[in-house]
Design a protein around this ligand. Structure first.
Ligand SMILES: NC(=O)c1ccc[n+]([C@@H]2O[C@H](COP(=O)([O-])OP(=O)(O)OC[C@H]3O[C@@H](n4cnc5c(N)ncnc54)[C@H](O)[C@@H]3O)[C@@H](O)[C@H]2O)c1
Length: 438
């Protein structure tokens, strides 16, 4: 239970943001923050930078910016670093990703060239379609975790940081079946020493972050901190964690549209979604086991929003299909098609077709930035374990055992803002109008 109006430590000094994975999303976050800091662009899409929050009654007219209401780290105080299996610095990697223009990247070239990836913990067993030269070697997985902890400590010291957060922007790992090695911190640590195959590279990063006392957010759909051993470690060490899978593109659209159909009690018989994308993420997802990780997170949102068990007449027959097609010419500019077969009054059928020509990393970068800032806030506010109030940012939000995840974007936003109000001791907004009784 979070006490109302908690003491939040000030955001003093610099905040390190370490990204495992400096590919399309990772470089777009770093370059984006540099462009904003340089006054070249605006942080569009970032709730922490552009969002407001209403306080008190509507008549109070008190609507501060979120960044002025809660003590967030300032963009000027962020220092970025990361790991990747490729040697490219952030400038070269961003050029290769092709998300931002040469013109934009040229404005901040030196700053981006200064961010060079540290050697990654990587094993092709978990990401089959990739390999690269910039990797650590060690006698076992525990040794690799210790090397990561040293990277984090060295980065903190070298940059004179007061705090650090880790946000996974690396590739999607293969789907792993549940293993007893995930059960407790003890079984997990034994597994690290014995090189257990059910411990993926991303779990090693998460373990290293938690053990070092740094919050960890998971932007990919694979299992990571959502295993009992790492959940328990995060609780013990009082570290905030959150995940998983940045909510962008098609799922963002789904969680905008589906709550609307449900609110009006319109039925949905079928929802067919297909994605056409040509970036490295698409290449990784072309591999069936990595796709399986993604499919699980992509499929779950509609089930939870529609609650077919409570509304069998409306959603009991829903057929939901998700496809991802790797098509290199598309690059990072993904096309997401949805065909929705819905029905209204007396069961009469209708269709909605959505063709979202989106830019994946343009949608993901502000999400990664906000998560870094809010995870740091959570730690300074003494919040630990799963940060459900950040579900707003995820396709498949992590929740405490026994609870179901909230997927409705508008409920998620209300939860996020009410958490901020609660932390600052402000009244929660209920939208209840008592004027009818005046
Ligand atoms: N782009 C989006 O809109 C979006 C949305 C939701 C989730 N995601 C997820 O975010 C992640 C990154 O997406 P992206 O488009 O930037 O992909 P990307 O392929 O461009 O970048 C991922 C980078 O991670 C590196 N990497 C892989 N394993 C690593 C490891 N163990 N350690 C360090 N580096 C490692 C790769 O070499 C690559 O450079 C993916 O898991 C993707 O599914 C992206």
């Amino acid at each position: 239970m979070i006490p109302k109006g908690v003491k939040i430590e000030e955001a003093k000094g610099k905040l390190g943001v370490l990204l495992p994975g400096l590919g399309a999303v990772g470089t777009t976050v770093v370059a984006g923050v540099e462009l904003v800091r340089g006054g070249f662009s605006k942080p569009i899409g970032s709730l922490t930078q552009m969002g407001t929050i209403r306080l008190g009654k509507r008549t109070d007219n008190n609507v501060p910016m979120i960044k002025d209401f809660v003590p967030l780290a300032k963009l000027e105080d962020l220092v970025f670093g990361g790991w990747d299996i490729y040697n490219d610095d952030v400038y070269a990697s961003a050029m290769n990703a092709g998300v931002l223009t040469r013109d934009d990247l040229g404005k901040i070239r030196e700053k981006l060239q200064a961010v060079k990836p540290m050697k990654a913990v990587f094993d092709t067993r978990y990401v089959k379609n990739l390999d690269g030269p910039n990797k650590k070697t060690g006698k076992n997985k525990m040794d690799l975790a210790e090397q990561l902890m040293k990277d984090m400590a060295d980065f903190k010291k070298a940059n004179g940081l007061s705090r650090l957060v880790v946000v996974w922007c690396g590739s999607t790992e293969t789907y792993l079946e549940k293993s007893p090695v995930w059960d407790t911190p003890e079984t997990f640590e034994k597994g690290l020493k014995e090189n257990h195959e059910s411990i993926s590279s991303s779990m090693i990063y998460a373990y290293a972050a938690i053990k070092s006392g740094f919050p960890y957010a998971n932007g990919a759909p694979h299992m990571c901190t959502d295993i009992p051993a790492l959940l328990a470690l995060a609780k013990q060490a009082k570290i905030p964690i959150s995940g998983k899978d940045f909510k962008t593109g098609q799922t963002l659209m789904k969680t905008l549209l589906a709550p609307g159909f449900k609110a009006r009690m319109l039925g949905v018989r079928g929802w067919f979604s297909t994605n056409i994308l040509g970036n490295r993420d698409g290449l990784v997802l072309d591999e069936p086991l990595s796709f399986r990780s993604k499919e699980v997170t992509k499929l779950s949102s509609l089930e939870y929003i529609f609650q077919p068990e409570k509304h069998p007449d409306l959603y009991g027959q829903l057929y939901h299909k998700v496809r991802i097609n790797y098509y290199p010419p598309a690059g990072d500019n993904k096309e997401a098609w949805d065909n929705i077969d819905l029905f209204g009054w007396l069961g009469y059928p209708m269709q909605v077709k959505v063709d979202f020509l989106c830019r994946d990393s343009i949608l993901a970068a502000p999400v990664a930035l906000d998560l870094a800032l809010f995870m740091d806030l959570a730690q300074r506010a003494g919040m630990h374990g799963i940060q459900e109030w950040l579900s707003f940012y995820y396709k498949s939000p992590m929740v405490a055992e026994g609870l179901y995840p909230e997927h409705d974007l508008f409920i998620q936003l209300m939860k996020l803002k009410n958490t901020l109000r609660y932390l600052k001791g402000e009244d929660l907004i209920t939208h209840l109008g008592l004027e009818y009784y005046d």
